[in-house]
Design a protein around this ligand. Structure first.
Ligand code: MTE
Ligand code: MO
Length: 410
């Protein structure tokens, strides 16, 4: 990279284009870096608070990256004239600009997702991811083939072939062959590595088998709950869309032995249930949507469980209680609702989805479900409900998430 162009004045168009190209490269690099961090499960659990402002930074770099495109517009004609004979450069330009536009539009929709119906943001997220999985490997290939090291390597190959088979240069053009061989090698390697991530991302959308089902660390409960007739077959027709499984800790491994469920705090009759006792509680079935604040949604899940209201009514809320606090068996994650919010009809202590016991990665055997709020309220591996007087700030809210979790525009 020619850093000088950033400090020179009165550049000609060519140099200005180089500067735009470099700016674009730097911005794309920063966007990839922050974007991959945002995707990383390890980063989510290790630096949760950092993740929240990295997201803001990602968005701001995204905004800034519109500038090189804007500055390019008036130079477009001249540039296209200079590359009219270079097929690869033309193709590259079209590809890069389309990918950038797709990323920008979908990024914009994701940033302002609260202003749009959740279907818009679920699609925007899928498209943003897809454009990343196509664009990033391509840009890596594009930039690696332009490094000095790669060019030297190509030259070495060329020299070798000149020495070994000097006669073939005129007719067989081994120079060209050698050169494309190196590029194919690099391209193949990049495709191989990125397809691993791509397949991991795309598998659930295409209903390809994933290896989570045979997860040896998964929960173990018996007996399994007998699904209500409305759950199996699911009256909602089965969920639409994919969960992204989030956790800020190792996923807890829960079994009959180490699991129990408590309601206590400011209630008249605190209670504790083991798995058998919990299964004896009267369950209801409801069809609800599930929205994560990062943009994805799962629609029409047929959820079965105990309405939270039922729990609270049975326990008897004391007069001084103002909030309901929810604890996870992961020992870290918590959140709260006001009593009014907690008493909403569709807030559920859920234990089945589409007729099956909630899986470990989905927060099973029991999770909270607050359909009208973003899913960070829906505490996974729920094992304790406490009625409290003072406000408690939830895990993500404490780290920068909006305390207003209501999903509008549904
Ligand atoms: N215990 C616990 N509960 C949690 C979380 C978590 O990390 N730990 N993540 C929340 C967030 S931000 C979302 S979007 C949903 C994700 O649910 P899923 O992992 O079943 O898709 O769980 C919520 N509940
Ligand atoms: Mo979320």
């Amino acid at each position: 990279m020619d850093i000088k162009v950033f400090f020179q004045r009165n550049l000609n168009v060519g140099k200005k284009l180089v500067r735009l190209h470099h700016s674009n490269a730097i911005l794309f690099f920063l966007l990839s870096l922050t974007g991959l961090l945002l995707l990383s499960a390890a980063f989510r659990s290790t630096f949760p608070a950092t993740r929240v402002w990295i997201k803001d930074i990602h968005i701001w770099i995204g905004v800034i990256s519109v500038l090189p495109l804007l500055f390019y517009l008036p130079k477009r004609k001249k540039h296209q004239l200079t590359i009219r004979k270079a097929k690869y450069k033309q193709l590259n330009l079209k590809l890069v600009i389309s990918i950038l536009l797709v990323l920008m539009v979908s990024g914009f929709l994701l940033t302002f997702h609260r202003q749009f119906p959740p279907t818009v943001s679920s699609w925007a997220l899928i498209i943003h991811d897809l454009a990343t999985w196509v664009g990033l490997p391509y840009v890596i290939y594009h930039s690696l083939t332009r490094t000095q090291t790669f060019k030297k390597l190509e030259k070495r190959f060329r020299k070798k072939s000149l020495v070994e088979k000097p006669m073939e240069i005129e007719d067989g053009n081994p120079v060209y062959k050698r050169r494309s061989f190196l590029r194919i090698l690099l391209g193949g390697f990049i495709v191989l590595v990125s397809s691993h991530y791509f397949i991991k991302w795309v598998a659930p959308y295409l209903n390809l088998p994933t290896n989570t089902a045979s997860n040896p660390g998964a929960n173990q409960f018996s007996p399994l709950p007998e699904p209500n007739a409305d759950s199996l077959p699911p009256i909602g027709g089965g969920k639409e869309g994919q969960f992204r499984y989030y956790t800020v800790t190792e996923m807890p491994i829960l079994t009959n032995e180490n699991w129990n469920f408590t309601i206590d705090g400011l209630v008249d009759s605190p209670a504790q249930y083991n798995w058998d006792q919990f299964l004896n509680l009267q369950r209801k079935v409801q069809v609800s949507d599930f929205h994560c604040v990062t943009g994805w949604s799962v629609y029409k899940g047929t959820w079965e469980g105990i309405p939270l209201k039922q729990f609270l009514d049975n326990a008897g809320i004391k007069n001084n209680a103002k909030y309901v606090k929810f604890y996870s068996a992961d020992g870290v994650y918590t959140d709260t609702l006001t009593i009014d919010q907690a008493m909403m009809e569709d807030v559920m202590v859920a234990t089945l989805l589409d007729g099956e016991l909630l899986t470990q990665e989905n927060g099973g055997p029991v999770r909270l479900l607050v359909p009208q709020m973003y899913a960070y309220k829906s505490v996974k591996w729920l094992n304790r409900i406490e009625l409290i007087e003072e406000e408690h700030i939830g895990y993500w809210e404490e780290r920068g998430y909006d305390t207003d979790a209501w999903v509008e525009n549904v």
